[in-house]
Design a protein around this ligand. Structure first.
Ligand SMILES: *Cc1c(COP(=O)(O)O)cnc(C)c1O
Length: 386
């Protein structure tokens, strides 16, 4: 048996006709830039998450970049973000010549630790605190960061929060609000491996703030309004019409896919429980989240287990045809490109431990129970009873 980490062909097989019809419509219209599907998707997605405005962007990375630009982040400013995330979260800060300030994560959720945020803030001189322009928590793997505490700290510090919700489109956080709608702006990615994936790159910023929405629309189009009259310097961060058209089709299926991932996660938990691996301490599972907003408290963009023998386990699974991935092998404080920030090994112990132990297993919606049993059987075979 082969169990890939992600099988996009299996998903495409279920929506082929709808997608081709949508593509055909765009091709016949030849309106590739800002065609009617772009505002249609912006409205549909803003409605889906419960935000007032959606602004389509060329990628999740550009969504984050534009969001920082909309707040006026510039040279020497500080932006606080966790040391453990996809690179883009920190990369966009440096691209604006601002300085990332890292926090550690909570080991259960892999998300920004509010305690560590409080410490990072307190460690800054007052003059530096005044240069902090944003706090950017990440809702990693499809699960919400502790927004209640993060927002409380941010409010006290008078610093706006931008949510990196690239992996959490549709996740409902404690308190009932969707990921991306609690800060001043929320950023989504439509990279093909995300729960709502395009047929290429794409992203979106959502916000309730009319002035920020207007600024984001300017920024994504070189700051021009009207055309050729540039109020500010932006970029070409537009979402392609063709991506919007495909995403409109896929959005109709998103809740079904979320549900299937959730059921797969529950099945993994049961299979791992039966295997005895968790009780023996051989593997750690993602914690069960608050089940009250049941289906979407975790959308399982990834199902990440921990293993003290992660690298050997991964090699073993690869040899059995089981696809896995390490999200992420190097925390930001140890990245070569951030060496000049002056962080050292040991600064963020939980981020560094996660980088050593975490392993993502296949969790995509079309995964079959037999495939999941195969995965868990081989994880068990790697850990023979003493
Ligand atoms: C995917 C991702 C991004 C970047 O999105 P792209 O569309 O790939 O540019 C940013 N942050 C996180 C946490 C992501 O997972």
């Amino acid at each position: 048996m082969r169990v890939p980490l992600l099988d996009l062909k299996a998903q495409y097989a279920t929506i082929r006709d709808e997608v081709r019809e949508a593509l055909d419509r765009v091709l016949e219209s030849q309106q590739f830039i800002m065609g009617p599907e772009v505002p249609a998707l912006e409205k549909a997605l803003a409605d889906y998450v419960g935000a007032r405005h959606g602004i389509g962007m060329s990628s999740g990375t550009d969504a984050l970049l534009a969001a920082l630009m909309a707040l006026g982040v510039g040279p020497g400013d500080r932006v606080i973000t966790p040391a453990y995330s996809f690179f883009a979260t920190a990369g966009v800060i440096t691209r604006l010549n601002a300085v990332p300030v890292f926090t550690d994560i909570d080991p259960g959720s892999y998300n920004m630790s509010p305690t560590s945020l409080e410490k990072a803030w307190a460690a800054l001189d007052r003059s530096v605190q005044q240069r902090v322009k944003a706090i950017v928590p990440v809702h990693l793997f499809g699960q919400c960061a502790d927004m209640a505490r993060i927002l409380e700290l941010a409010t006290d510090a008078k610093v706006p929060v931008i949510e990196d919700a690239a992996q959490a489109i549709g996740t409902i956080c404690k308190g009932g609000r969707a990921a991306g709608t609690m800060g001043v702006m929320g950023c989504f990615s439509f990279f093909p491996s995300k729960n709502l994936g395009a047929i290429g790159d794409g992203g979106m910023v959502v916000t309730d703030d009319e002035a920020l929405a207007e600024r984001l629309r300017l920024l994504r189009n070189h700051g021009a309004k009207p055309k050729y009259f540039h109020k500010i310097v932006g970029g070409n961060f537009r979402l392609d019409t063709i991506q919007a058209a495909v995403l409109l089709v896929k959005l109709r299926h998103l809740d079904t896919w979320h549900q299937a991932r959730r059921e797969n996660a529950d099945r993994y938990r049961e299979l791992f429980r039966q295997s005895g691996l968790v009780a023996r301490g051989a593997v750690g599972l993602p914690p069960v989240t608050d089940p009250t907003p049941a289906i979407r408290s975790h959308i399982y963009n990834q199902f990440v287990i921990r293993s003290p023998k992660r690298d050997a386990l991964r090699d073993f699974l690869t040899a059995q045809g089981v696809g896995t991935e390490i999200y992420y092998p190097v925390p930001f404080n140890l990245q070569e490109c951030f060496a000049d920030l002056g962080y050292r090994a040991g600064d963020f112990p939980e981020s560094e431990r996660a980088a050593r132990e975490s392993l993502a297993l296949p969790i995509y919606p079309e995964l079959t129970p037999a495939q999941q049993a195969y995965v868990v059987d081989w994880v068990a075979a790697f850990h023979p009873r003493a």
